[in-house]
Design a protein around this ligand. Structure first.
Ligand code: ADP
Ligand code: MG
Length: 210
């Protein structure tokens, strides 16, 4: 079970993590993009962090939807609408809920990844955040379906996302700005896959806390 208090704690912890990783994510985006990924996410999550205290009495669906809308309206780059859609889609699944079962949590993550796919029209293997998110979702689903705990399942999801980030180093970008580099994008890890890994690691850390 995941309650609204934990969701608030997760969002706050993601905001803190994005601030910490701001320079590194921006460095990664300097190599194959326009060097703003860390700046974009830290700005977006800073706004989220400022509004978060006014959302603490809301249901999980509303909290996640608000996070998504805030990201869409404050992040200029491609990642704003993509992560924004992810949180809004997850919010739809959690409408009216103040507690999520493991199945609800998995469904919310599934909707988030589906939202990124719909919005970005990308698939796995194009050197985007989906190369971290899709393997993570698969691991989460497989583990929950086979009766593992949410913490066990999220541990496997984080491992799968980390492998996905490594995999992005080996492939050519065919979506987003990095696609302009073609073959020259090989050897660099995708900034968005990296920020997705950090978000999933943060979710796991907070779930382990209580
Ligand atoms: P921008 O590319 O507009 O500067 P950011 O730097 O914030 O935006 O985000 C770049 C990241 O967005 C990439 O590393 C990649 O993971 C992700 N991305 C870009 N385009 C897509 C897409 N069509 N689908 C999924 N993710 C994408
Ligand atoms: Mg960029």
């Amino acid at each position: 079970m995941v309650n609204s208090k934990q969701i608030i704690a997760i969002v706050a912890a993601i905001a803190k993590r994005m601030e910490l990783e701001k320079n590194f994510l921006t460095e990664l985006d300097n190599e194959i993009g326009d060097g703003d990924h860390g700046i974009n996410l830290s700005r977006g999550f800073k706004s989220v962090q400022e509004k978060l205290p006014t959302w603490t009495d809301k249901d999980i669906g509303t909290i996640l939807k608000n996070v998504g809308m805030e990201l869409v309206s404050t992040v200029g780059g491609a990642s704003g609408p993509l992560y924004g859609t992810a949180f809004m889609k997850a919010g739809n699944v959690c409408k009216g809920k103040t507690e999520l079962t493991d199945a609800d949590f998995t469904a919310a993550f599934g909707a988030a990844v589906g939202g990124v796919q719909m919005r970005g029209k990308a698939v796995e293997g194009e050197k985007t955040m989906l190369d971290a998110l899709c393997p993570a979702l698969k691991a989460l689903r497989d583990d929950i379906d086979s009766g593992r705990t949410l913490i066990e399942a999220m541990t496997d999801a984080v491992d799968a996302a980390a492998k996905g980030v490594e995999f992005t180093k080996t492939i050519v970008a065919t979506k987003g700005r990095a696609a302009y580099l073609g073959e020259r994008s090989i050897g660099h890890q995708d900034p968005g896959a990296t920020s997705s890994l950090y978000m999933l690691q943060t979710v796991l850390e907070v779930l382990k806390r209580d």
